[in-house]
Write a protein that binds this ligand. Sequence first.
Ligand code: FES
Ligand code: FES
Length: 152
Amino acid sequence: MELRVNVNGEDKVFTIAAGERLLDVLRRVGYHSVKEGCREGNCGACVVLLDGKPINSCQVFAARCEGCEITTAEGLGTPAHPHPLQAAFVKAGAVQCGYCTPGMLLSAKALLDENPEPTTEEIKEALDGNLCRCTGYVKIIKAVKNAARAMK
Ligand code: FES
Ligand code: FES
């Protein structure tokens, strides 16, 4: 079957299998920023934005995304022109192994799109579903605050 979606601003048509998860489709067609972790909805490594809202793509059937807008980390910025969140993560040292980073960035983007001046508690709440085994979260929270300031 065919799936029509807009990914990072580009209209796409993907051939998918019934029952295929969005995570698997996105990785199969080359969006490798979308990471596979637990496949159970617990780690947030697979987060993408679906019509602007963060979702665990391992928990969503691709077929249910017909006509939707999807944002992956590939759509945020480039090495030459990083999104302010990407620049802030690098500057704050909020990236270590990097496995959690794409999902973190997208959850943080969804937060800042809705709430440009979040408190520490609001940042913690927004990133609650994104697990990081490396950083201890302090630098990630600092990076989101710095990005919010930079985006004003
Ligand atoms: S791989 Fe989807 S939440 Fe862990
Ligand atoms: S930087 Fe390694 S899991 Fe977050």
